[in-house]
Design a protein around this ligand. Structure first.
Ligand code: 13P
Ligand code: SF4
Length: 305
């Protein structure tokens, strides 16, 4: 089968079975072309809630499929490639969060959405990179325990000096590995380019940016901007997607290391196999987890708007 033949077959099957395909913006271009909705973590959560399809295939990582199941418990939800996880999501477990809550009993517990649904049952609200500032501002507590991404937490804290933040020292192994030297080298190589960056990067990297935002925030900034050149400080698939949507502009990767191996796992064959019952993993969560994580995720959607 060629790429185009398998894409046509996926499109035919998803219509026949009334199945919606959600894809995170870090997926390959071939996967994005068969998706019904492409978005950042926040957009995927909101869309997962709104679809009237009978089932949802998530092309992304496990916490995204879990979020989708929590918000649509009556639908069948599959993770197209069961090996696709986010290493950050496993950095804080129940034992750690319970100990932290004892240590900081008067803090609101804010979890980045890149956490397991089990962990979310112990948190007050979750946030995504695009909603974190708005939600932390809206929380009725000036003390916030922010887990697990200390870089995103530091960025949010820099925008909300009126609040006191305590961090857990976790983060994205890809974004956190980008160095300030790489920023200097990219700016030297492309002096006219605007620098757009994801808040999972270190503070020394984000302060040097012209724009800090989520994956789709970065894409829409570049698409709307009058500038012609951009250094992209997030997963390198975004460089490729922008090259297609803005052929008259130039996009440069900030670092060759900004490749998320987990996001890269999902292929068209995984989606085809999920649709034909030969692959994918159906996400099954206990009522307790759906209820507890649901409270935390729904609070995010309420406060995030
Ligand atoms: P977004 O919320 O920007 O999609 O980020 C998700 C993610 O995993 C970034 O590494
Ligand atoms: Fe997780 Fe980082 Fe990959 Fe995003 S880029 S899914 S935070 S490992």
């Amino acid at each position: 089968m060629t790429v185009r033949e398998i894409q046509d077959e996926i499109i035919r099957l998803k219509k026949e079975k009334n199945i919606c395909i959600l894809a995170h913006a870090y997926q390959s271009h071939a996967v994005l072309e068969v998706a019904d909705y492409i978005g950042d973590s926040y957009g995927l959560s909101v869309n997962a809630q709104g679809t009237d399809a009978d089932g949802v295939i998530m092309c992304g990582v496990r916490f995204m499929a879990e979020t989708c199941k929590v918000l649509s418990p009556d639908k069948k939800v599959w993770l197209a490639n069961p090996m696709a996880g986010c290493p950050m999501a496993d950095q804080v477990d129940l034992e750690i969060i319970r100990a932290l809550k004892k240590e900081y009993p008067d803090h609101a517990v804010v979890a980045y959405i890149n956490t397991t649904s089990e962990l979310k049952t112990e948190c007050d609200v979750c946030v995504t990179s695009s909603s974190a500032v708005k939600i932390c501002k809206a929380i009725d507590n000036d003390k916030i325990l922010f887990i697990p991404d200390q870089n995103l937490g530091a960025y949010v804290a820099s925008q909300l000096p009126e609040k006191k933040f305590t961090f857990w020292h976790g983060g994205c192994p890809r974004h956190a590995a980008v160095s300030y030297d790489e920023v200097l080298a990219a700016k030297k190589a492309h002096p006219d380019a605007l620098f757009l960056v994801h808040p999972e990067c270190r503070p020394k990297v984000t302060v040097a940016a012209d724009y800090v935002g989520s994956t789709t925030g970065i894409m829409s900034f570049a698409e709307k901007s009058d500038a012609k050149e951009f250094i992209i400080g997030t997963e390198n698939s975004i460089v490729e997607h922008l090259q297609y949507s803005c052929p008259d502009k130039r996009f440069y990767p900030l670092s060759v290391n900004l490749t998320c191996m987990n996001m890269k796992l999902t292929t068209l064959v995984d989606i085809y196999d999920t649709l034909t019952g030969k692959g994918g993993e159906e996400i099954l969560l206990s009522d307790e987890i759906i209820e507890g994580a649901g409270r935390c995720i729904k609070r995010m959607v309420e406060l995030g708007g």
